[in-house]
Every structure is written in C-alpha cells, then in structure tokens.
Design a protein around this ligand. Structure first.
Ligand code: UD1
Length: 334
C-alpha cells in the first residue's frame, strides 16, 4: 500500500510541487492548508498532473483539535512541514504574528507526531539562517549570524526547537535549507501564485511585465561583478524532488537527523536573471535601478555537496529553464 505523507502547506508554491514529486515516487500526499497565501486552484492543478484526486483538509496547523482529528483518521508514514508565513517585510511589521504562527504550527505538528508515533519529519528551512556569509559557497557548517528579520528568526528557532525535541524523543528529521526557489511545473498547471503583491524577484518581474511597468532592481552598487545582488536560484521541481530523497533517507536511517543545503551551487546576479529571462522567453524586461532594499545581503550561494553525497540529489534544471517554466505558468493563468 502507498505510504501516506502529511504535507502541511501543500497548496503553496513549494508544497504543491512536492505533492506532485511524492506521487511520482509512489507516495500518497495528504494536504493541510489554510489557504492564507495559496489558492485552492493549486489542488486542482496537482490533481490534473497526477490524474487522480488528492486528500485536502482546509485547516490551520495552529488549531490543535482539528489537526488531532486528521492524525486520528490517517496513519502517516512521514510529515513534510511547509505551513508558515514567509514575507520578510511583513514579519518586520508584525513580528508576533510570525512567532505565533510559525512556532505555533510547528509545536502542534511535533506534539501530534509524538502522540501518534509518526516517524520522519522534513522541515522547510531557509538559507536565511546564515545571514550575510563571510565566505561563499556556504556549507551546512557555516556559522549563523543573528537573524535579519523575525521571519529568519522563526527559521533559526524552528531548527533549534526540532533539534531539542529530537533529543527527548528521536522520531527522525531532516532540515532542508532552501536557497532561492523559482520556476513552475513544466505543465503550467501549478506555479507560484502569491496572494496580494509579490515580494520575490521572479513573481515581481512577471507582475511588472503584465502591468507594463519597470521592475525595480534593488541596488547596482554592491561589490559584485555587475553591482547587483547574487543568489542561488533553484528550480522548484528540483527542490520538490529533494523532499522525496529526504524522506527516503529517513526511511533508511530511522530516528536520525540531518541538515542539507538545497541549491545549484552557483550564483546569478539580479541583472543576469533579467537577461536570462529575456533571452529564454523572448520578452523584454523593462527595469530601473532603485535604492538597495533594507535587509538584503550582497551574495549567497550553496555548497550542495552533502545533499549529493548523502541523499544522491543534485539539481538537474537550469535557472533559464526555471524562468521559462515560470513564464509558461503565468501565460496559462490568463
Ligand atoms: C527572500 C528572503 C529569504 C526567503 C526567500 C524566500 C530577504 C532578505 N530574504 O530571499 O529569507 O527565504 O525570500 O523565497 O528578503 N529583487 C529586486 N527587485 C525586486 C525583488 C527582488 O531587485 O522587486 C532582488 C533582491 O534585492 C535580491 C534578489 O532580487 O537581490 C532576490 O530577492 P528575493 O526573490 O526577494 O529573495 P531573497 O531576498 O534572496
């Protein structure tokens, strides 16, 4: 029988693509999502891709009682916990909201994992835990800097909290530190569709193209070859597949814990991303240089060696492919 995996935040950007990857590898995802920053149309998109219905509960992980009922109903073989708020700017304006939500939902998940003896947690963390690194690429041992935002703090705290509960009751977990996820499923049926005004580079760029307004490039005076910031952009389907590899690793290594960086292992500047978007999609991206955005770091990219060695995972899709898929998804929406 197919193993049931609870996917919290499964209607979101990375969550929806991970559900597709889980199905491709023979797992059955069970989705919980409160739709606070996602749409039910993503569930329909997942179902179209996999060719069958998927179990979806529109509930909030911060509410323990309805969550408990779902754990009573299913016998999960693992949990992938995405459900969290992720806007850096909003977290600065309203830190309590971020601590309450991101820590509250994690606490409930861990409590129910322990209560129902569910093994194998995959936790969605971020390269934001490293802050501005002194040396690139960053490995999992690169020391943390103090968090640049309450959002970043919830990721640092979440990692530490999982580690401490693991010492008391080792049910097995993998922490995945994502670099910059972009792109969409090649079908164009699921992709990145934040509610309200997007903040991240690629969805902002796409929105600006459709509004026929220039993209604001935040700073061209950084100490990088072209003056714009450098990030490690990773195709969301590569990222999704890493979650499956992480679950498989946990199945082979019960009660163990590990942390992995997930990136391509190379950086692209903002101006390079614009240029690649233009050339792969045959579209001009109007942009203008504006002041640096508060909280941005100059550059970060991953050393993904550990994921390659232990998980047998590495990226197989390029930044250009991700930009092509993101644009294709956008065209399918209109
Ligand atoms: C941000 C978060 C990070 C989080 C990630 C989720 C910060 C400091 N970090 O990463 O913690 O895990 O999102 O995906 O916010 N840019 C522009 N114009 C725009 C938008 C972005 O020039 O309109 C530039 C930024 O200055 C940056 C790059 O594009 O250099 C990438 O920005 P973004 O996509 O927001 O990701 P990060 O800031 O790297």
């Amino acid at each position: 029988m197919s193993k049931e995996i609870l996917v919290t935040g499964g209607a979101g950007f990375i969550g929806s693509h991970t559900c597709v990857a889980l199905c491709e590898f023979g797992y059955t995802p069970v989705i919980i999502d409160n739709l606070s920053n996602s749409r039910e149309s993503m569930i329909a998109g997942i179902e179209k891709i996999i060719g069958r219905e998927v179990k979806f509960y529109p509930i909030d992980c911060c509410h323990l009682d309805p969550l408990d009922l779902i754990f009573q109903k299913h016998r999960f073989d693992g949990i992938i916990h995405f459900a969290a708020f992720k806007s850096v700017a909003e977290s600065v304006a309203n830190p309590e909201k971020y601590i309450d939500n991101n820590m509250g939902s994690l606490q409930n998940i861990l409590t129910l994992m322990e209560k129902y003896r569910v093994p194998n947690l995959v936790f969605s963390s971020s390269c934001t835990v490293y802050g501005e690194p002194e040396v690139n690429p960053v490995s999992e041992n690169t020391p943390w800097k103090s968090a640049a935002s309450p959002y970043g703090y919830t990721k640092q705290l979440g990692e530490k909290y999982i580690g401490e509960r693991h010492i008391q009751d080792p049910l097995g977990h993998v922490i995945l530190r994502y670099f910059n996820p972009i792109g969409a499923h090649h079908s164009g049926l699921i992709g990145e569709l934040p509610l309200g005004m997007p903040n991240n580079l690629v969805p902002v760029m796409i929105k600006k193209i459709s509004q026929q307004q220039p993209l604001q490039v935040f700073g061209n005076d950084y100490p990088t070859p072209d003056g714009s910031c450098i990030r490690d952009y990773i195709h969301v389907m590569d990222l999704a597949e890493a979650h499956v590899k992480a679950l498989q690793w946990l199945e082979k290594n019960p009660n163990q814990s590990e942390i992995f960086n997930l990136g391509q292992g190379k950086g692209n500047s903002v101006l390079e991303v614009i240029q690649q978007f233009e050339s792969i999609n045959g579209i001009r991206v109007a942009f203008e240089i504006s002041p640096r955005r508060e909280g941005d770091i100059t550059q970060i990219f991953a050393d993904p060696t550990k994921a390659k060695e232990l998980l047998g995972w590495q990226t197989t899709r390029t930044t250009a492919e991700a930009l092509k898929d993101a644009w294709h998804f956008n065209l399918q929406q209109s």
